[in-house]
Design a protein around this ligand. Sequence first.
Ligand SMILES: *[C@@H]1O[C@H](CO)[C@@H](O)[C@H](O)[C@H]1NC(C)=O
Ligand SMILES: *[C@@H]1O[C@H](CO)[C@@H](O)[C@H](O)[C@H]1NC(C)=O
Ligand SMILES: *[C@@H]1O[C@H](CO)[C@@H](O)[C@H](O)[C@H]1NC(C)=O
Length: 617
Amino acid sequence: MKLYATAAAATVALFLLLATIQTTPAAADELQEEEETTTTINADEESTAEAITEPPIKLVHVLNPGEREYLSPNLIGVQNIAMTFLPLSMNFVNIIDAFREIVNGIRYEIILNAVDTKSKDADTICRLVILEQPWITTQWGDKHRELINSNCSDVADNSLSSDMEPEQRSKALNDKYSSRIKRSLNDVVPGGRKPFDEKEAEEQLQRTLDKLTAGEGPHYKIIKVYSASRQVVSGTLTRIDADLTDGNDALHRCIVEIWAQPWLEKGHDITFKCRNQPTVHARHSRSVEWAEKKTHKKRNHHTLNKIEHLFHKFQLKYKRQYANTAEHQMRLRIFRQNLRTIEELNANERGSAKYGITQFADMTSTEYKLHAGLWQRSEDKPTGGAAAVVPPYAGEMPKEFDWRQKKAVTHVKNQGQCGSCWAFSVTGNIEGLYAIKTGELEEFSEQELLDCDSTDSACNGGLMDNAYKAIKDIGGLEYESEYPYAAKKMQCHFNRTMSHVQLSGFVDLPKGNETAMQEWLLSNGPISIGLNANAMQFYRGGVSHPWAPLCSKKNLDHGVLIVGYGVSDYPNFHKTLPYWIVKNSWGPRWGEQGYYRIYRGDNTCGVSEMATSAVLA
Ligand SMILES: *[C@@H]1O[C@H](CO)[C@@H](O)[C@H](O)[C@H]1NC(C)=O
Ligand SMILES: *[C@@H]1O[C@H](CO)[C@@H](O)[C@H](O)[C@H]1NC(C)=O
Ligand SMILES: *[C@@H]1O[C@H](CO)[C@@H](O)[C@H](O)[C@H]1NC(C)=O
């Protein structure tokens, strides 16, 4: 009960903190959050009696050079920028991720879902990089933007030689867009649009004006249309350059943008940008489809709130605090993406493992992999180890075996924020061999390896092969207590008089033979292995047997220790799961009290690709 109260107090404190950060005045910006969205969020808060009073996420538009700001996918401004630069053959669907930073201008990076109409409406992901130079304005006072990089091109763009280097290609692409800008003087914003029949444009504009006149919109009449262009997006965006007269018969040269979206049916968003006049926004009445879409959105926001709630729980449990709102936004975004990965892992799991929120839930896979630290072994170079001699096991091998029960395994250690898995894998192996040989269970020093093994790179990774050789050359290992772990590289202070174990070399176990590994483990001790740690980021327990495409045998990126094996029977599911017991070095809070169980028998995640062991002198 006391614990609960403390947690609740912490929650309140966190919310206060967040509230303070988020009430920083957000400058009015053209990247307005979609009005309807905001309304929906508020409606949600009223209609649900949930105790979560999280403030809505607001953007703080104060950017320093080099600072990255993550942008909400609901920002109309971001959507407009993306649509402007998407090729004609692609229809915009939605923004996946967007951020901006100050460089030599404002650099937008936008990842979006699109449909490629030139390729049977295939779903496509596009990445666009756009540079905005607000100090250069177009004829109509709009910000100057240009496409710096895009990996989505239309057919015309495909005519650019595909064997060009990516930089050349993006330059050529950009030249194309720039020349379009120069050609079409009347265009407000550069981009991939095609000219639109002027007569048709005039008709559309007339219909639009008629509708607006019937309501409260501006009372304009068309005098002359100069040019029009239309862009097919998730609807159509028509831009018409025309002379219009207002209710007082005054003449204005205007750019009219009519944005029609499928769910608006007869509804349109209209913007009048007339010279020397303030910009006017107008909108037609909404259709039934619009109302439905709104309800649908509401549901989406429910899930968003749920994710935010999970995220706050995660922050409390793992004591995560972020420097600013932008980072909070970014972490929330990664967290949301990770929840999808977790779903995918669970949906495709062939063993009994459960994947969920762990201490790595707010990290990208790249950041997460920094907590491993195994280098790739080069295939063509000899490892330097001798081939292990695996004598056939006399009699039938036991169904289960566990070196922890023979007092040959020390407690689970924690490598911290340091890519030193390779050192922990090696000390674990030596601790086992030493305990079996001498009957004494001792902890050996990883820090000595971080400091004194110059063939490996401390927190920047290493290989077990290198470490065995280094231990032989250095002259042995000190105890953990004499040479304690610091999670960073320090000056080597190895003292030969305190070397308690020496090596004569190491052995490589046959690749891809888990029977041989089993025999070797029974007669020799724990085995050091490299594996692909993809499934470990979100592992919560059980026998992990991820779907092979999610855990390639080739990408070994983590060094760990096999200490035993067993079999799980699930008679109700007619399932038998043989597994390895793997000791990890991420502390006892991770996985099954620090351990991982992984399927045994089909080289899952490459468990039998890099199996080695030291040989004691
Ligand atoms: C474009 O890049 C994004 C992100 O880098 C990638 O996910 C996407 O598949 C790429 N699309 C194409 C068509 O190459
Ligand atoms: C090495 O350890 C021994 C025994 O503890 C000690 O007497 C000696 O001074 C140490 N040598 C150095 C260089 O620290
Ligand atoms: C695996 O190793 C065992 C024991 O060393 C051996 O008997 C067996 O033939 C090997 N299997 C393969 C496929 O190489």
